[in-house]
Design a protein around this ligand. Structure first.
Ligand code: SF4
Length: 338
């Protein structure tokens, strides 16, 4: 199998140019075609000589993989199905809003974290994605040229595939790459502390942490990761840092009926997040087959939100998108076709 050009950093392309006896500036030209232009083959790199293109074609392929299926929700959200290099499948969601188009990318095939409420978890872990496969989810969708925001909230735990996730962020944010502001990128984690520390040190993208309950026993049941990286330690690590105005820290909180929506939860959340400049995003639970958890009424969610705001925690309710095509939060899975 030929090596893919998509997913290579400028430094890697410079190395490739040197190895192939090409001038150093060829690397920047290739990066331009890969990340700034709307082309999908080496033969379309028209400012490279035919000889250079032939030389590249011998050893490399452009690296884009088109989606094999696209579903569109009644609300305009799209779900793309992509094959991976390991012959598995991943899903990517594109969520259009009035003035933005957000892509929700997957970072792994399936996931090994086993969160109780998550459809991806039911699929188990089937492999890591390369930086190229992550970038492909942005480059190979119909809306590629119109994307304003990128969230790493699809299938997988990004910090369990840290190296490739960081590499993809470097490609997205570098001037030689997509040149997207890191402030338009959010990476969501369940709180893998070592990965989170490296991410915070090495990138300037926003961070979202899946919280779901402030209580240890409850969180252990919902998210096995709590037994290794407790949420108090995750928050303590965040509190040790000064992010200024440049970086946004938010907490994702799926509301489960009668489980994590009580006044005690509000009180404990206020205690946990005291002194931290952050926001809580409340998310409606989308029932997953075989999971005995329920979505509370809109009234309950609104009251919970109001209580948190009264306690001084900026809290919003995230609009539910793409539910009819299983593209909503926690509903991505390729179990059936993997
Ligand atoms: S919620 Fe995220 S980390 Fe947990 S199992 Fe699902 S994909 Fe993995």
């Amino acid at each position: 199998m030929k090596e893919s050009l998509l997913g290579k950093t400028l430094a890697e392309l410079e190395e490739l140019a040197a190895e192939s006896g090409l001038p150093k500036f060829t690397a920047r030209q290739i990066a331009d075609w890969l990340y700034k232009k709307d082309i999908y083959s080496i033969d379309e790199m028209s400012n490279l000589s035919k000889k250079t293109r032939d030389l590249l074609n011998k050893k490399y392929e452009f690296g884009t993989i088109p989606p094999t299926k696209v579903q569109e929700s009644t609300d305009g959200t799209k779900k793309y199905l992509f094959p991976t290099l390991q012959h598995k499948f991943i899903e990517t969601a594109m969520i259009p809003e009035r003035d933005r188009k957000t892509v929700c990318v997957s970072s792994q095939v399936g996931c090994k974290m086993g969160c109780m409420f998550c459809f991806t978890a039911k699929q188990g872990f089937q492999g890591q994605l390369s930086a190229g496969e992550i970038i492909n989810q942005i480059k190979s969708i119909k809306e590629a040229g119109e994307i304003t925001n990128i969230v790493y909230m699809g299938m997988g735990e990004p910090f369990d595939n840290l190296e490739q996730v960081l590499k993809s962020i470097e490609i997205l944010t570098s001037d030689w790459g997509f040149a997207i502001s890191p402030h338009r990128i959010t990476v969501s984690t369940i709180g893998i502390i070592p990965g989170m520390i490296t991410f915070l040190d090495k990138s300037r993208a926003h961070l979202a942490i899946s919280l779901h309950t402030p209580f240890n026993n409850e969180r252990r049941k919902l998210m096995p990761v709590q037994a290794i990286y407790a949420i108090e330690e995750v928050v303590a690590e965040i509190k040790r840092r000064d992010f200024g105005r440049q970086r946004r820290i938010s907490f994702e909180y799926i509301v489960f009926e009668g489980l994590n929506d009580s006044p005690q939860h509000v009180k404990e959340l206020a205690k946990l997040l005291n002194g931290l400049k952050c926001r809580i995003n409340l998310i409606r639970f989308h029932p997953v087959p075989g999971v005995p958890l329920k979505n509370p009424s809109d009234k309950v969610i609104q009251e919970f939100k109001d209580e948190l705001n009264r306690k001084g925690i900026l809290t919003t309710v995230r609009a539910s998108r793409g539910r009819d095509i299983y593209a909503a939060c926690g509903l991505l899975s390729t179990k059936e076709i993997a």
